[in-house]
Design a protein around this ligand. Structure first.
Ligand code: SF4
Length: 60
């Protein structure tokens, strides 16, 4: 299992970072990046649900 972000889809609004800062952070390119790809924190699903462009997904 791996949490991934589609950088093309990300619009850099920072919602995922604010909901789940141990897993997502904003990178220098203004897009989100995953800092803990294996996290099973519940907030990961919150971020997936909240992302306006559906840029976050989980790869099995
Ligand atoms: S919530 Fe979605 S669009 Fe917003 S920064 Fe995170 S991945 Fe990008």
């Amino acid at each position: 299992m791996k949490i991934i972000i589609d950088k093309e889809a990300c619009i850099g609004d920072g919602i995922c970072e604010s909901l789940c800062p141990d897993v997502f952070q904003m990178a220098d390119d203004g897009k989100a990046e995953v800092i803990d790809e294996q996290s099973n924190e519940p907030c990961v699903q919150d971020a997936i649900d909240a992302c306006p462009t559906e840029a976050i997904s989980i790869e099995e």
